[in-house]
Design a protein around this ligand. Structure first.
Ligand SMILES: Cc1cc2nc3c(=O)[nH]c(=O)nc-3n(C[C@H](O)[C@H](O)[C@H](O)COP(=O)(O)OP(=O)(O)OC[C@H]3O[C@@H](n4cnc5c(N)ncnc54)[C@H](O)[C@@H]3O)c2cc1C
Length: 572
């Protein structure tokens, strides 16, 4: 059950303690508590997701960053963004970032998973070996409007797990234009039926973690259905400060204790794990907790006056995200959703349609169609292979307020969100205080390579090429705002630096590596090197950034990890 106070814990020792009731943590909670003999504790810093309407309504997903369900992280001033700092959202709520994300569902390409094998020297991470775990995560369900989806999605690309996935259930007048343009332009702009078949290249209808017009998150899919189990406690509004243990054999520290507190300044309370501690606090929380536990870069630990338990230079390093720029165009239409955001009575009508019948505009995210592309010949290709993309374009049927441009009070708009999905810039997440409530220093180091900025300029030009195809004739009026003055590559690059944010897809801050490698943070079985009893299972283990939206990859890793853990404890 969900509990709010440390004093309500059933016991002082559990078999498994899961730190973070987010995307990966909820999967582990479900799978490890299937056996009624395992006592499982989930520790979550954020609040309960239940009953928060804006979390449930897909269309309102974009309003969740910078609210009470977000950690509200901010980066350091970014040289590549002309010294702007930007917000980075992370879910501060059960379900973690799956409760506040934009719900796009991508499995990752065959190349990406095969690169995981190269990074770990372990075949269990191949696309083929992970097939059954991917299929355990989710099920394809009909879109909200129940239309015939033949040719728009391939049911064979989905499994039979708890997360509900569907393609858009409220069609807009730009959807056909995108798919028809892909058919006319062909090549890099081609339309493909489904992006979840191992090749993440082409334009398609977005598969999203939505069922019955409602967000399907790790909390609703994996956690809520098991809250009645007697062997699981989910303690919310509780911060994990650090993990501790004792010296075991051959210089290994055995971790078996978790320190928690509910308010800044409280004396930490200790809880024991008899089998394992599973760290699933996400790309910011995981390196932060490791560092506070003495597992981190030597210099950082020294600066903080924390004793070195394991010197691990890669804790907080290798931090990568997808840069995103919103390109706005004025359009000739009365059917974008711009009026809905300006007129409270239209907004209320759409919301009540969602509440009463789970139909209408609010059943979908802001983007029904999108596409992943290779850069043209002549560019370097840092992606993981021929089936992986370099860039992405997301089509939004209205003004999507990402970045610096102030939403206009009149007019109708098309937003094309362009992203670089194989970026080469890497940043850091560094703990700068021993106070567990103090945020880490987050340096994305965004747009610090020539590749990243020139790839962004190219995809902004590709977006213009796509809307110059005949299906857009008479629809596009022209670029809006500062973009109207940006025509040369240099001007587009300046626009990108002045306006970019990220897609909130960070990974890599506790990366996986081969078992005997001196670099990396976890071994191929996700165990923290130099320790026993402690694994990391979340987006921070990804060795490189996937060239797609990452949530399905995190779910898949967590499903794989659950079986690894069960196997190690004779529970399979
Ligand atoms: C705004 C936004 C939009 C996104 N859009 C998409 C999308 O459309 N498609 C897609 O595939 N991906 C998207 N993502 C990314 C995707 O959601 C994440 O990659 C994924 O959910 C990460 O899962 P995780 O388990 O690593 O971390 P999380 O799900 O973030 O879980 C970490 C959990 O740990 C908790 N925690 C952290 N520190 C502590 C502590 N000290 N003590 C206790 N608990 C702690 C957090 O509160 C959180 O609940 C988006 C993310 C965001 C934020």
């Amino acid at each position: 059950k969900i509990i709010h106070s440390i004093s309500d814990l059933q016991c002082s020792e559990y078999d498994f303690i899961i730190i973070g009731g987010g995307t990966a943590g909820s999967v582990l909670a479900n799978r490890l508590s299937e056996n009624p003999h395992n006592k499982v504790l989930v520790l979550e810093a954020g609040i309960n997701n239940a009953g928060i309407q804006d979390v449930q309504v897909p269309f309102l997903g974009v309003t969740l960053p910078e609210t009470s369900v977000d950690w509200n992280f901010t980066t350091t001033p970014q040289v590549g963004l002309n010294n702007r700092s930007i917000e980075l959202a992370r879910g501060f709520v059960l379900g973690g970032s799956s409760s506040i994300n934009f719900m796009a569902w991508n499995r990752g390409s065959q190349d990406y998973w095969n690169s995981f094998v190269t990074a770990t020297k372990n075949q269990m991470w191949s696309f083929t070996a992970l097939e059954k775990y991917y299929r355990r995560t989710s099920t394809l369900v009909p879109p909200a409007d129940g239309r015939d989806t033949t040719g728009d999605v391939d049911p064979t690309a989905y499994g039979n797990g708890p997360v509900q996935v569907s393609i858009p259930g409220f069609m807009t007048e730009i959807d056909n234009r995108v798919t028809e343009s892909g058919k006319i332009l062909g090549g890099r702009f081609s339309f493909i039926e489904d992006l979840n078949k191992g090749k993440t290249l082409g334009f398609a209808y977005a598969a999203s973690s939505i069922g019955n017009g409602t967000r399907s998150s790790a909390a609703t899919a994996y956690l809520e259905p098991i809250l009645k189990r007697k062997n699981i406690d989910v303690l919310i509004s509780t911060r994990v400060a650090r993990v501790t243990g004792h010296a075991a054999s051959k210089g290994i520290t055995h971790i078996d204790t978790v320190e928690i507190l509910q308010n800044p300044g409280d004396i930490p309370h200790q809880i024991k794990a008899s089998k394992e501690v599973l760290l699933s606090a996400g790309v910011m929380g995981t390196p932060h907790i490791l560092t506070l536990s003495g597992i981190g870069p030597k210099k950082v630990l020294k600066n903080l006056g924390i004793n070195v338990v394991v010197a691990a230079e890669d804790v907080g390093a290798n931090f990568a995200d997808h840069p995103l720029v919103a390109n706005y165009f004025s359009v000739n239409s009365n059917h974008t959703w711009d009026p809905v955001l300006r007129d409270p009575s239209l907004f209320a009508a759409d919301l009540s349609e969602w509440v009463n019948s789970k139909q209408g505009l609010f059943v979908d995210t802001a983007g029904n169609t999108y596409g992943f592309m290779k850069l043209p010949h002549g560019f370097a290709d840092p992606s993981t292979g021929p089936r992986s993309a370099n860039t992405e374009i997301i089509f939004v049927n209205g003004f999507a307020p990402f970045g610096a441009t102030i939403p206009p009070t009149t007019g109708s708009y098309l937003s094309m969100l362009t992203a670089v999905v194989s970026p080469t810039s890497r940043g850091t997440v560094t703990t700068v205080s021993r106070d567990p409530f103090a945020p880490p220093k987050i340096d994305l180091n965004i747009f610090t390579t020539d590749f990243d900025i020139s790839a962004m300029v190219q995809v902004m030009k590709d977006a213009r090429t796509l809307i110059s195809a005949s299906p857009w004739d008479g629809y596009i009026i022209g670029p809006f705002g500062e973009l109207a003055n940006a025509t040369t590559d240099d001007q587009l690059a300046t626009f990108a630096r002045n306006n970019a944010v990220t897609v909130n897809h960070p990974v890599g801050t506790a990366r996986i590596s081969p078992d005997n490698a001196r670099y990396g943070v976890v071994d191929s079985h996700l165990k923290v090197k130099g320790t026993s009893g402690l694994r990391v299972i979340d987006a921070s283990v990804l060795p490189q950034i996937p060239e797609c939206h990452p949530q399905a990859l995190v779910y898949t890793i967590a499903e794989r990890a659950a079986d690894l853990i069960k196997a190690d404890h004779g529970l399979l």
